[in-house]
Design a protein around this ligand. Structure first.
Ligand code: GMT
Length: 376
């Protein structure tokens, strides 16, 4: 098949999922055409079946902002006409499915549209009522809808009412060849950040408010008070200044390292001891899955899809949002009991491979594609 993959290019799970899905589909002989405002950040490796079409930025004095949604619709039609796409797979209803819907109105023979919900589509409506009608339209005009967790599928129905079609839950996935525990080699590279054998706690995100990165620092402060440790903060975003201030306020400047945006997060995860994800909202928490695949237990909040990803008491621990004390207790419990840590680490690797293999997810997307194409 020839698939038009519409996604955000920026640092974030949805772009990673779209890109990794693209590579896996390419391996299975499909042709994948990424359509985005910039090259998706994980789309680096050349593959003969993968293509990238950039949506150009047009600024004209009468436009207060460049009309991206329209430019994207135009580009989708151009690509469809030129390469003969069989379907569009939009990651995010807003604005991608809306652009795809508009694009379909311009096609002599409209092709089917599959929408994958990643979370913020739905939570956005919770925050901004102005998007309700548009998201409702996106759900109505999609020929297939998938959600990355059961929790997100349920939240969608709770927010928009029952839909004409079933939301297919296709959990996110990992490639176990890329995310593996590092074993002994991990110790060597760890020395740089933890020269005296300190434990390494890690957090990776886009530093949006929803990630509660200040809670990460608070949890770390409580852990560090009991056990020599270091905190690695990976990523960047709007909360950065507030987080830096929190680090200074708690006098942790020498214990917290800001690594900025990084591409090969597996290298960092492989030298970590515990991964922290105390988010306010998380439809899935792909980075928690990546951490577990590297043998790193996760301490996270009990929200959204996280309980489907992190098995409480087996591959990590979950606590109520904002309960930094409970989360720090869980971290200490793991880091002060070698045999428990080993069991959790092994169970994390096993669970991530058993429950979230790339092949299963790709087959399910393929099945969805075949279904919408055959009934169009
Ligand atoms: O919140 C983010 O980190 C970014 C956002 C995105 O667009 O990538 O993530 C959403 O999609 C990911 C991939 O499906 C999920 O793993 C994240 O949980 C989800 N974020 C939220 O629900 C807040």
């Amino acid at each position: 098949m020839k698939i038009g993959m519409v996604c955000y290019p920026s640092y974030g799970g949805s772009g990673v999922v779209a890109t990794e899905l693209g590579y896996a589909l390419g391996e299975r002989g499909h042709e994948v055409h990424f359509i985005s405002s910039a090259r998706p950040f994980r789309l680096r490796r050349f593959h003969e079946k993968l293509f990238y079409h950039e949506v150009s930025d047009v600024s004209y004095p009468v436009f207060k902002y460049p009309p991206y949604t329209l430019l994207l619709a135009n580009k989708i039609v151009e690509v469809t006409n030129y390469v003969g796409l069989d379907l569009i797979h939009a990651h995010y209803a807003i604005p991608h499915s809306i652009s795809a819907y508009l694009a379909k109105q311009m096609m002599p023979s409209p092709i089917p549209l599959v929408t994958t919900l990643h979370g913020t589509d739905v939570t956005l409506v919770g925050a901004y009522e102005e998007f309700r009608l548009l998201t409702t339209l996106a759900l109505k005009v999609s020929d297939g809808i998938t959600a990355v967790s059961e929790a997100l599928a349920q939240e969608t129905v709770a927010t928009f009412g029952s839909l004409d079609q079933r939301i297919e839950v296709i959990p996110n996935f990992i490639d176990p060849k890329m995310y593996i525990p590092k074993g002994e080699a991990k110790l060597k590279c760890k020395e740089h950040f933890a020269p005296f054998g300190e434990k390494i706690l890690t957090h990776i995100s886009n530093f949006r408010e929803v990630k509660r990165v200040s809670d990460v620092v608070k949890i770390f402060a409580l852990v560090e008070g009991e056990l020599p440790s270091k905190l690695l903060l990976v990523g960047d975003g709007p909360e950065m200044v507030r987080v830096e201030r929190e680090v200074v306020k708690l006098g942790l400047e020498r214990k917290v390292q800001f690594l900025g945006k990084q591409e090969n997060v597996q290298d960092i995860l492989q030298m970590s001891d515990v991964f922290l994800l105390p988010s306010e909202q998380e439809s899935f928490g792909l980075v928690a899955l990546e951490a577990m695949a590297c043998g790193v237990p996760v301490v996270a909040s009990k929200v959204g899809g996280l309980p489907e990803v992190v098995r409480h008491g087996k591959t990590g621990y979950l606590a109520e949002v904002g309960d930094v004390r409970e989360m720090s207790k869980f971290v200490l419990e793991l880091l002060t009991d070698c045999s428990k840590y080993k069991t959790f680490s092994e169970q994390a690797v096993e669970w991530s491979r058993e429950a979230f293999p790339v092949d299963r997810a790709v087959q399910r997307y393929e099945y969805m594609y075949e279904k919408v194409v055959s009934s169009s």
